[in-house]
Design a binder for this molecule. Structure first.
Ligand SMILES: [Zn+2]
Length: 290
């Protein structure tokens, strides 16, 4: 899905196409675009790469585009022109290059409107086409658009940490820190990265990396024991599975050397009281960060 409100939810209030009179069923007019209202944000971003053709406000009422108020049009690489209309504020200028997700403007109520919304119109040549189809949403009134952030993301070819952070609206520095990637800003296809700093996300990652084998056990048990959630989050910084350490004590000292445990004495004292945590320490201690 392409989202003109970046990651936020929005409401489609008026679909593309013929508007039918609810009383007598006759066709009232043709709506050449879709009307959208941002729910989480009013910032409108580009849904395509391309070049800004126009960024302006027409006030001469002999020019029918005055109805659009403040508007921006962008020519995409397929020859489609995308019009973002009724903006309160325009954030690009004519001839600017834009990419998907770049700010275009702030939703507003300029031009011929009854309330604040974005009229999004698309044309190929002089023909309009259905913008809902372009966005991969339904051309009907409803709420669309919130991007669900998964617990764990498996890196695909062409991804970078930056592009992943951008796609899900995450802070890049935070993403690097929770995944222990401070020194290595490149990505490798197949890496599993946690996108949420939660023990459940860490468990999912460690399971996908085959470092732990019983995801269900840890999901239902980690919270019973003090600090095991933090131990799992520390483990999310490990990427290369290795040989298990022979003893939990060895695991504790390996994790401490890697800078992942700052309270080894706590674990030395308490792991025997916790079911399976000794095995977890052996497994994590055998892994490497790079
Ligand atoms: Zn409209």
């Amino acid at each position: 899905m392409k989202n003109p409100y970046r990651f936020g939810a929005f409401r489609l209030t008026s679909p593309y196409g013929e508007r039918v009179d609810p009383v007598n069923g006759s066709v009232k007019d043709f709506h050449a675009g879709i009307d959208l209202v941002g729910i989480d944000t009013k910032e409108v971003v580009s849904v395509s790469n391309g070049t800004v053709l126009r960024s302006r406000m027409v006030t001469d009422k002999n020019d029918p585009t005055w109805q659009w108020g403040n508007y921006v049009s962008v020519l995409d690489p397929h020859g489609n022109t995308i019009f973002y209309c009724h903006l309160e504020k325009r954030l690009v200028e004519q001839a600017d290059r834009v990419h998907v997700g770049d700010p275009i403007g702030i939703q507003g109520a300029t031009g011929y409107v009854t309330g604040p919304h974005l009229h999004l119109e698309m044309r190929n040549g002089i023909e309009t086409f259905d913008p809902a189809d372009y966005l991969s949403i339904e051309n009907r009134v409803g709420v669309y658009g919130k991007i669900e952030v998964p617990d764990v993301y498996t890196v695909k070819q062409g991804d970078s940490l930056w592009s992943i952070a951008d796609k899900y609206g995450l802070d890049l520095k935070e993403l690097i820190v929770i995944n222990g990637r401070e020194r290595n800003n490149t990505t490798v296809t197949g890496w599993n990265l946690i996108l949420k700093k939660t023990p459940a996300a860490a468990i999912e990652k460690l399971w996908r990396d085959t470092i732990i084998s019983d995801r269900g056990y840890w999901l239902s048990n980690y919270s019973k024991y003090k600090n095991v959630g933090n131990l799992l989050l520390a483990g999310a910084k490990l990427h290369v599975k290795g040989e298990r350490c022979k003893t939990p004590e060895e695991g504790i000292s390996a994790l401490t050397r890697m800078g992942l445990l700052n309270d080894p004495d706590f674990w030395l004292a308490h792991y025997p009281e916790y079911d399976n945590v000794g095995n977890l320490l052996r497994a994590l201690g055998g892994c490497r960060t790079e």
